[in-house]
Design a protein around this ligand. Sequence first.
Ligand code: SAM
Length: 254
Amino acid sequence: MGERKLLRTTIYRHVKNYYSNVYCGRLSPSVEITSGISLARTLGYASDFLEQLNLYNFPFEKIYPCGSVVDYIDVCTPMRILNLGSGVGLDGLYVLHKAGKRRSSVEVVNLDVVYSILKKGRQWSNNFLTLNFSKLKWVCGNGYMLPFVDNSFKYVLINGSFNLFENKELLLREVRRVMLRGGFVLIADILANESVPIYIRHNLDAWVWNMAGALSFEKIKEVCCKVGFGMVSLLDAQEIINSLFYRAILRIGF
Ligand SMILES: C[S@@+](CC[C@H](N)C(=O)[O-])C[C@H]1O[C@@H](n2cnc3c(N)ncnc32)[C@H](O)[C@@H]1O
C-alpha cells in the first residue's frame, strides 16, 4: 500500500472507531467542545425547531455540527438531499422542518460510517410518526465510496465532516459524481488561515475534531477546481477560534 493510502486508511479507521465510541458513551471528546442544544442555538438553528425537538427528547448530546447549512437551501421543489456524515441526523430533520407542508416532495438520505448513530436517529424518528419523517432514509456507508448512482442529489450537506477526510480530492470527486448539475454542496467546517502545522496533522485525535484536516479557503478552491467544481463561495465566516482557525460555511457547485 502506498504511503498516502496508508495514511488515509489509518485516519479513516481512527475517526470511525473514535466516533463509534463517542456516540455510545464509551469515550468523551478529547478536546473541550460545546455540544448539545446550546451549540445548535449558537450556530443559528431556528429556535422553534429546536424547541420542538426538545419536547420530544431529541438526543442533542449526540450532535456535532459546525454551522447551520440548511439555512442556505431553497426547499421549494421536489428534491433529494444527501446529509453526508449525518451523525444522528439533525440536519435531515431541519430540512423537513423548513420544507413544512412541502415535505412530502423532499427526501433526505442520512449517511454515516457509524451504524449505531444511524440506528439511534432512525429509532428516534420512527417514534414520532405523527411528525411525518417517512422521507428520511438512513444509509451506513463511507463518503469516499458513496453507494448511490450518478446524478442522484440536488444538495449534499457536509456538516462538521469535511475535515475528517484526509483526501479531499477523492471525497469531492465522489460527491460530484452523485450530484445533479445545478446542485450544490454545502460545507460547514473549520478553515485554516495558513497550512496546519505538522505536529497537529500528526495527531490522530486532531483529525477527529476537525483541526488536522483543516485547509485554507484558497486550498479548498484549488481542490474544487481540480475535480470540476467551478463555483466556490464563502457564505459565512463565523466565530474565530484562534489565530489559525475559524468556522465557515461554503457553497460549491458546477
Ligand atoms: C463532527 S460529526 C458531525 C455529525 C453531524 N453532521 C452533526 O451535525 O451532528 C462527523 C461525522 O462524520 C462521520 N464520518 C466520519 N468519517 C466518515 C466517512 N468516511 N464516511 C461517512 N461518515 C463519516 C462520523 O461518524 C460523524 O458522525
